[in-house]
Write a protein of this length. Sequence first.
Length: 397
Amino acid sequence: AAGASSVAASADRTTTIWAEPETNALVITAPVKVMRSLMAVVDKLDIRRMQVLVEAIIVDVTMNKNAELGVNWAAWSEDSDTRIPIGSFISPVGNVNLATLAAAVDNPSGAVGSVPSGTTFGIGRIASTGVNFAAMLRAIQSDATTNVIATPSAVTMDNQEAELKVAQEVPFITGQFTNTGTNNGDGQVNPFTTIQRQEVGTILKITPQVNEGGALVQLKIELESSDLANAVGDAGSQITLKRTINTNVLIEDGGIVVLGGLIRDSAQRGESRVPYLGRIPLIGEFFKTRNRKRDKTNLMVFIRPKILRDGVTTAFETDAKYNFIRDQQRKAGADPGEILPLIPFNKDPQLPALPPIEASKPGGRGAETPPAPSVSDKPPSGPADGTPPQSSTPPPQ
C-alpha cells in the first residue's frame, strides 16, 4: 500500500507538454498547482500581436548642366586617283570627326544623323583637286533635371521580417567565348555567352519590434534603390546606380525620421587646343574647344512606422490606401467599370441632410425668412370713438 501511494504521488508530480504546430495549441498534463502557474504564463503570451505599417519615402533629385563651344578643323589632299589625308586638328566636336562629315560629300545619304545637335556652322573647300579644308563651329548647352520619388510601404507582424520588392531583372554579360577554328563548317569552335540577371529597382526589408508600452518602435531596415544609368544599351555596356542603407533606428509611433542622405556636387571643365596656335590671343580661340559639366545629386530617405493595435486601425489604413487608388483612377479618366469597387465597410461620401421644414411658418414657405412688416400711413384699426382696441385675452386672475 505504501509503494502504491508513492507511485501515485510521483504520478501526480509528472508534468507533460505537447505542442501541436498545425493548430497552434499546447496539450498540458500537470498537477493543479503547476497547471495554474502554466495557465498564468500562457494567458500573458496568448495575446493579439500588434502589426506595424512602415512607410518609406525615397527622394532623388538630380540636375545636370552641360555646355560646349569649339572649332574643329580638318584638311586633306586628293587628286583624281588618290586621296591623301593631311590632318584633323582638335578632338572631334560632339563625338563627330570633321573628316567623316567632309567625306560624306561623296555619299550624301551617309551624312544623315552625323551632324551633332546644337548650333553648328561650317565653312570649307571641297574639290576634286588640290588641298581641301573644312572648319566646324559648334555651340550647345543642355540642362536636365530628374525628380524621382518612391514611396514603398509594407505591413508586418511585431518582430517579423517583411520584404517589399519592386524591381526588374536586367541581363548582364559575365563571360564570352568566340575562339575561331576549323572544327565545324563556319570556322568557329562552340561560341557561347554567359548572362547573369540582376534585380534593379527598390527592395525594402524591415523587421519592427514594438517596445513595452507600445510607444516606441525599433526598426531593422535594409533598403536598396538601384537604377540603370544608361537605359539603352546592350547587356555588356549597362551601368547600374545603386544606393543601400542598412541601419537600426528607434522611432516613436507615427514619427518621421530621416535614415540617411547623399548630397553630391561635381564640376568638370575641359579644354582641347592646337599646340602653339591655341595660345595666340584672340586667334587662338579658333583653334580650341572648351566644355564644362556639372552634376548635382540630392538623395534623402525618410521613414515612418505606424502601430496597428486593433482591427479598427488596420481597417482605417486599408481604407485610406484603397481610396487613394480609386481617386487616382478617376483622375486618369478610367471608365466607371474599370474603377475599383468600394470596400464593403466603405461608402461613398454623401451630401449633408437638408434642415427640417418648419410647417408652423405662415405661407407654407418652409424655412424661408418671413417678410418684414410694412409701414402704413393709416392708423391701426379700432373703434370709431378713438379708444384703443381691447385684447381678447382675459386678464390673469
